[in-house]
Design a protein around this ligand. Structure first.
Ligand SMILES: *[C@@H]1O[C@H](CO)[C@@H](O)[C@H](O)[C@H]1NC(C)=O
Ligand SMILES: *[C@@H]1O[C@H](CO)[C@@H](O)[C@H](O)[C@H]1NC(C)=O
Ligand SMILES: *[C@@H]1O[C@H](CO)[C@@H](O)[C@H](O)[C@H]1NC(C)=O
Ligand SMILES: *[C@@H]1O[C@H](CO)[C@@H](O)[C@H](O)[C@H]1NC(C)=O
Ligand SMILES: *[C@@H]1O[C@H](CO)[C@@H](O)[C@H](O)[C@H]1NC(C)=O
Ligand SMILES: *[C@@H]1O[C@H](CO)[C@@H](O)[C@H](O)[C@H]1NC(C)=O
Ligand SMILES: *[C@@H]1O[C@H](CO)[C@@H](O)[C@H](O)[C@H]1NC(C)=O
Ligand SMILES: *[C@@H]1O[C@H](CO)[C@@H](O)[C@H](O)[C@H]1NC(C)=O
Length: 430
């Protein structure tokens, strides 16, 4: 009787341990795959290889592209959507010839991104990039009034790439055409591949070469040196706190905090400038149906017009004037925007960098943005509606759920085993 009891306890113990092991493995598995899935989702480089008719590698690409597309959603109303070139693309329609090649990447519901290459004796170049997007794809272009497929042709400066070398450019290459902004970065591209294998030698873009050496000197000389080459990478703009009160004795009726960078065209070149909050004057007015925020510095004047359409507010118009130290002033206005949407009485927030294409010649970049143009109480922001980009943090949710589920199962198992043991000891003591 006594011996049997020990064996029973031992067996029970072994079963219990085995059960734990299975569950632990299972949990580790689930958490690992959830994490892995998200990791893959976050690093979205697109890598493709195209073979020629002899089944030898002739085109190779590994790159990232971000798109910002503004499209109509109603009469004089437009919306801007941001998305990235997905990892999974098709290469149908890609062609490799002796002196011309096309890398065509198809994705989603009828969208494509095609790079045209030409070659002369010793070098090759990109002639154009044709981005085709299908406004009928309502998952991307929600509420689009058009169902057309549109194309824009960009002409990036990717030239003089040595034959049998690959083009390499980590820096951002921003292409704005009509209502589309494409940002290419971390680019590796090789066309006219010889011998069926990717080259080991690269042709590095000029942006990558300069950005490593310029940084320390430009910070000192930005205001003094008017003829310096385009600043390759500006530091992230300082976040400014701006507010408007109806009169001196009242608390704020409009509040905004953000860092602001402006990119504007000077001829063919794109220059960028940061708004310096400490050298900026704040003006504007609060209204019932519309509120205005005006920021003025030496070089930048920017007017934000917000609309209250009874339940929700949005940024309705932007009027930006940039007067660079040298070169011509750029004035850009867009009076049919419909972004930064949130309920009246709440605020809109976007911590990530946001790109707003005001016109073809001028683009705004906002950082750590939070605005509330209506219904501010006690000088404090109300709860915030967060932009889509910020919600990337939601990748933590499935992991948290997985972990919680595992703990729950372990808890149930433990209580079951304890319960069983108790009932057995109870039975034996009788
Ligand atoms: C591209 O978009 C992704 C996600 O939307 C973002 O994390 C990344 O910072 C963007 N990169 C550039 C260069 O705009
Ligand atoms: C749309 O814009 C045009 C030109 O700016 C203007 O004439 C027209 O009245 C506007 N329509 C509406 C409904 O606001
Ligand atoms: C915005 O309105 C202007 C005229 O005021 C018009 O030319 C432009 O096409 C509109 N843009 C969009 C995206 O609706
Ligand atoms: C596109 O829209 C037009 C009218 O706006 C309509 O006549 C046509 O049938 C639509 N086509 C598709 C494929 O939905
Ligand atoms: C503002 O406050 C000052 C003193 O703090 C007071 O004299 C003045 O009347 C107030 N103005 C208004 C419009 O309330
Ligand atoms: C605000 O808009 C509503 C409806 O569009 C209108 O009735 C009201 O008079 C407007 N108020 C002001 C101050 O313009
Ligand atoms: C927004 O507009 C609605 C109606 O146009 C008005 O009743 C409400 O008071 C406005 N909200 C604010 C905060 O001005
Ligand atoms: C934008 O501001 C400039 C300068 O203040 C002004 O001349 C222009 O008319 C404004 N444009 C719009 C559309 O409000």
């Amino acid at each position: 009787m006594h011996i049997w009891k020990v064996a029973e306890v031992e067996r029970c113990f072994r079963v219990k341990c085995f059960g734990y092991q299975i569950i632990m493995f299972w949990c580790a598995f689930v958490v690992f795959f959830l994490a892995l899935g998200n990791e893959l989702h976050l690093s979205h480089a697109t890598e493709v290889s195209v073979n020629n008719t002899e089944n030898k590698l002739c085109l190779y690409a590994n790159l990232m592209v971000n798109f910002s597309v503004t499209y109509e959603v109603g009469v004089n109303k437009s919306e801007t959507v941001l998305f990235v070139l997905p990892e999974n693309v098709t290469t149908e329609g890609s062609i490799c010839n002796n002196t011309t090649s096309t890398l065509k990447l198809g994705f989603g519901d009828g969208h494509s991104w095609a790079v045209e290459f030409t070659k002369d004796n010793k070098t090759y170049q990109v002639d154009s990039i044709v981005f085709t997007y299908n406004l009928n794809d309502s998952r991307v272009f929600t509420n689009s009034t058009s169902n057309e497929t549109k194309s824009v042709t960009a002409k990036p400066r990717i030239t003089n790439v040595g034959v049998d070398t690959y083009y390499s450019c980590k820096s951002e290459n921003v292409q704005r055409v009509e209502s589309v902004t494409q940002t290419l970065y971390d680019v590796t591209l090789q066309a006219f591949v010889t011998n069926g294998s990717k080259s080991d030698t690269d042709t590095v873009c000029t942006a990558d070469l300069t950005s490593t050496t310029v940084a320390p000197t430009t910070t000192v000389t930005t205001t003094a040196a008017p003829t310096s080459t385009p600043t390759p990478t500006l530091p992230t703009p300082t976040t400014g706190n701006y507010s408007i009160a109806p009169d001196f004795n009242s608390t704020a009726c409009l509040m905004a905090t953000f860092g602001l960078r402006i990119g504007f065209k000077q001829g063919d070149k794109v220059e960028t400038i940061n708004l310096v909050p400490s050298a900026t004057e704040v003006g504007g007015a609060c209204g019932v149906n519309s509120s205005i925020l005006i920021l003025t510095s030496d070089t930048i004047t920017i007017m934000f017009t917000f609309s209250n359409d009874s339940k929700k507010f949005h940024l309705h118009a932007l009027n930006v004037t940039v007067k660079p130290a040298t070169g011509v002033a750029v004035v850009a206005a867009n009076t049919n925007m419909s972004i930064w949407v949130a309920a009246v009485g709440s605020s809109y927030m976007c911590n990530r960098e946001q790109t707003l294409t005001v016109t073809e010649t001028l683009t705004l970049y906002t950082f750590k943005l939070r605005v509330q143009p209506f219904g501010v109480e006690k000088g404090e922001f109300a709860t915030a509606v967060e932009c889509f980009m910020d919600s990337d943090l939601s990748f933590l949710v499935p992991i948290a759920v997985g972990v919680a589920l595992c703990f729950l199962i372990i808890l149930v198992l433990i209580s079951y085993l304890i319960g069983r043991r108790k009932s057995r000891t109870g039975y034996q003591s009788v």
